[in-house]
Design a protein around this ligand. Sequence first.
Ligand code: ATP
Length: 318
Amino acid sequence: DTCMLTLLKLLKDGRFHSGQALGAALGVSRSAVWKQLQHLESELNLSIHKVRGRGYQLAAPLELLEHEQMAAGPWPVSIHESLDSTNAESLRAIDRGQTAPFVILAERQLAGRGRRGRKWVSPFAENIYYSLVLRMDGGMRQLEGLSLVVGLAVLSALREMGIERAGLKWPNDVLVGNKKIAGILLELVGDPADVCHLVIGIGINANMRVASEVDQAWTSVFLESGKAINRNSLVSSLNQSLLTYLKRHESSGFAAIQAEWESNHLWQGREVSLIAGVHQVDGTVMGIDQQGALRLRVEGEEKVFSGGELSLRLRHDS
Ligand code: ATP
């Protein structure tokens, strides 16, 4: 809705704007402005102050994603005010024949997704909701360990933002302590043995302070560093670190990245349960192999696990 967005852009400096000035800028009446402001508050969960004689002001200044600030990045970027999910939009763009690589960003997601249909909480203008679409034509080898490589790239972007304590949990969770700060969802379309497209979906909690709907321990860059971060810079460093790690992966394969990944694994040596649907295997984390599969010691023997449907949990007695 362009009127709402224009209004938001006028208000985002956090200063007072009179109803009359806003109406004039939008070409609508003062009562229409009032209606749009109420719409903004309820739709986007923003709070707007009204002071007699001065006008309207956002309770806190707002920094939106800006195309100009990303123009120098490695891939063309499109920014949406609202999407079902950036991965869903990416899949539609692939269907339409849009030439990869490209990046899709949203200020909010109405149906943000995690693995196995789980929900990714995605409030307006607080976090990063990002998808990178790549065309893969190197066959299966090009996909080996890729989701772990993406985890490392996200980790490195977070470190650049000062979140030194962040680490990884196999296969691709990014945590600070036991709290989730980012999520990754890879989706593949086409023939993985031939030409296919890969959608790398990444959600990073940037400035989120409250989120009662998240049903597990979580944190954000703001909560860890105590200051609001510039999401545009976070996107730029994410672009750069993805570019670096994907290039390394492409030229040298996952084996060249295995040791770095393991040194950032928070659960190395820990007692865990590996869960696949109703099945569960208990063991000790030994590390990963050259393909990115998990190595567990189970009853004295090393066993290797891979696949997208697996979840690790710490054993309570460990
Ligand atoms: P795994 O199965 O590997 O342990 P997971 O259970 O964390 O992963 P994901 O698919 O990676 O599942 O992410 C979805 C889950 O993340 C949701 O079920 C919810 O518990 C949590 N979640 C949803 N939104 C957010 C958010 N913005 N920040 C942190 N966690 C979130």
